[in-house]
Design a binder for this molecule. Sequence first.
Ligand SMILES: Nc1ncnc2c1ncn2[C@@H]1O[C@H](COP(=O)(O)OP(=O)(O)OP(=O)(O)O)[C@@H](O)[C@H]1O
Ligand SMILES: [Mg+2]
Length: 316
Amino acid sequence: MLEIQNLNKSFGPFKALNNLSLSVNDGELFGFVGANGAGKTTTMKICVGLEKADNGSIMIDGIQALDSKGRSSLRGKVGYVPDFFGVYADLTASEYLHFFAGSYNIWGKEADTLTDNLLELVNLSDKANEQVDSLSRGMKQKLCVARALVQNPKILFLDEPASGLDPKARHELKEILRNLSSMGKTIIISSHILPELIEMCSSIGIINHGEMKFNGSIEDALALSTGGEFIEITFSGDPGRALSLIRECPFVTCADLTSKGIRLTASGSDAEYTALLKKLITNDIPVATFSKNHENVEDIFLNIMEGGNANAENNA
Ligand SMILES: Nc1ncnc2c1ncn2[C@@H]1O[C@H](COP(=O)(O)OP(=O)(O)OP(=O)(O)O)[C@@H](O)[C@H]1O
Ligand SMILES: [Mg+2]
């Protein structure tokens, strides 16, 4: 559905996008993740025709989005929810959607039905006759999603749609997006909060300084974790010789002091971990807790971003 290849964009001497490539399959809910300034908004704006690329290729539903002919034939197929709200004219929520319906040549009864359906989809039916300016941020955000759906697009770009929303509104937005996804739409959603995307997306792209570091399924991203499992030991007093006792164990591959205590990666069996704990206790080490943990998604995300170690197939 979306195939970006070697996309470049500079602002003066600054290279915002550097040979960026990514692909998103039909019907996918795709999370576009990266730190502030990574290039997410720039990529999306180029995809929807609001920013010009220096060079590269963007195929949307088989159409080249970077040439003007392709651009105009994509008009009804692409929806976009920007990261900042525009200024609203003095309109009610219903009038606002009617206005956009009109811009796609949808009028009269058809526009009435469409507006009612869209307001219902984003749970704003009871606000139909309220002034847009009087709606809360979350409600405006949902109205923007409804607006982007007026032309029944095949692909929807949402730039940080959850920012500034409270947990309840975030949850509601996720439900709306899942619902749209189940209707077969391809959805690209950007965020710098990975766990939020992981919950709902089927695949992700990780961008850093204008370069794609990873493009693939959530499972593939999680599989890039460095083994994932580690033991964390905390102490109720001075850990003393704990670190050297731990490092003596043949199954311990790495052990380091952390702000909490000692973190070690190891390939031991449960029996070996029991023996290690016993060894620490018999050496009068004041162990407070001894627990097996998994690398969390933020750790994995940072590793991929900083290391750029995605496998050859996925590394765009
Ligand atoms: N119009 C512009 N003129 C100059 N530089 C720009 C312009 N637009 C974006 N940039 C720069 O390009 C880089 C990428 O910006 P972009 O807005 O795409 O990042 P982002 O990933 O969306 O970040 P955020 O998470 O903060 O929204 C940034 O360094 C930004 O300063
Ligand atoms: Mg942005």
